[in-house]
Design a protein around this ligand. Structure first.
Ligand code: CAA
Length: 295
């Protein structure tokens, strides 16, 4: 079924090579997914060789796990590993058709990264961003071709979560959007087109949910009680386990974005901010260890 708002798929461009900016955990998960599902070369870039090695190493280790579980054949495992490479230079994106950035959640950082990528790619190359809350329109402004920028927001763990938010910025054109939907389909994700609003749709809801559980603890409910209060509803994981999975720094960033956009509706937990500021390892409440650098 055609997702609501998706343009005519005939407009979609073919993707024969993918670039991923960043080699952190999110970027590495994306590299694995693209190589596995699109079966095209995927180049990761990052600032230093150690990060690149770690990113490519993650992909290899995950492929080994998939192989051990029988999810991929020996041939497939070898092919996926060979498709994912690292490069210190964005010049490696020169012949890419689809580049996705998964760098630090900061508008200026992302704008700078997209401008650097635009300087090396072809005019047709789609520039996707995995931002979880920042404005696509703001990120694209200042680029030579803002119409090629699209939000492509994945959820953790990327390999397992079917959902993908596709975000249309003010300038995003139909060919870019059609390519995004076509890629999403090949990735076997279930995509939903959302408006370019602070934290889009899903993180607005999650931020409210997580924020209220955190507030309950901040206001004195024992963490163990708040964390397990909803167990009977059958959620796949408890709220504080989810906080750990998302990463406290990312959760804090989304909460701050929401607070800036809607100060009367969204607060920011001072305890969460302190936990993130304290660095690694953090302790939320009495007994929950959180590694703020997990994400
Ligand atoms: N990477 C790869 N695969 C993973 C994984 C990971 N990090 N974590 C779990 N899996 C796989 C397991 O290997 C397993 O695969 P197989 O069936 O092949 O063995 C499968 O997922 C199920 O895992 P488990 O049986 O170990 O555990 P589970 O049934 O509890 O499922 C879960 C784990 C899928 C993560 C589930 O707990 C869940 O759905 N949690 C909610 C996650 C969620 O809400 N994510 C959204 C976060 S918000 C976000 O990311 C947006 C943002 O911008 C901040």
């Amino acid at each position: 079924k055609k997702p609501a708002g998706a343009p005519d798929k005939a407009l979609a461009r073919k993707v024969t090579k993918v670039g991923v900016v960043g080699a952190g955990l999110m970027a590495s998960q994306l590299a694995l997914l693209f190589a596995r599902r699109l079966e095209v070369p995927v180049v990761l870039t990052d600032l230093d060789q150690a990060r690149l090695d770690k990113g490519v190493g993650y992909v290899h280790a995950e492929v080994d796990k998939l192989r051990a579980k029988g999810r991929v054949s020996a041939d497939q495992a070898g092919r996926i590993k060979a498709l994912v490479t690292g490069s210190l230079s964005k010049d490696a994106f020169a012949d890419a058709d689809f580049v996705i950035e998964a760098v630090f959640e900061d508008l200026d950082v992302k704008r700078k990264v997209l401008a650097e990528v635009e300087a090396v790619v072809s005019d047709e190359c789609v520039l996707a961003t995995n931002t979880s809350s920042l404005s696509i329109t703001a990120m694209a402004s200042g680029l030579r071709r803002p119409e090629r920028v699209v939000g492509f927001h994945f959820f953790n763990p990327v390999a397992v979560m079917p959902l993908l938010e596709i975000v249309r910025g003010d300038a995003t054109d139909d060919a870019t959007l059609a390519t995004a939907f076509s890629v999403a389909k090949t990735l076997k994700k279930s995509s939903v087109l959302v408006k370019d609003a602070p934290a889009f749709v899903v993180n607005r809801l999650l931020t409210r949910f997580m924020g209220e559980v955190i507030a309950a603890v901040d206001e004195g409910t024992p963490l163990e009680v708040a964390d397990h209060a909803l167990d009977g509803l059958g959620l796949p994981m408890t709220p504080f386990t989810l906080l750990q999975l998302v990463g406290p720094a990312v959760a804090l960033h989304v909460a701050e974005t929401m607070h800036t956009a809607f100060p009367d509706r969204f607060g920011v937990s001072a305890n969460l901010a302190a936990l993130v500021a304290a660095g690694k390892p953090g302790v939320y409440g009495a007994d929950l260890q959180i590694d703020p650098e997990a994400r």
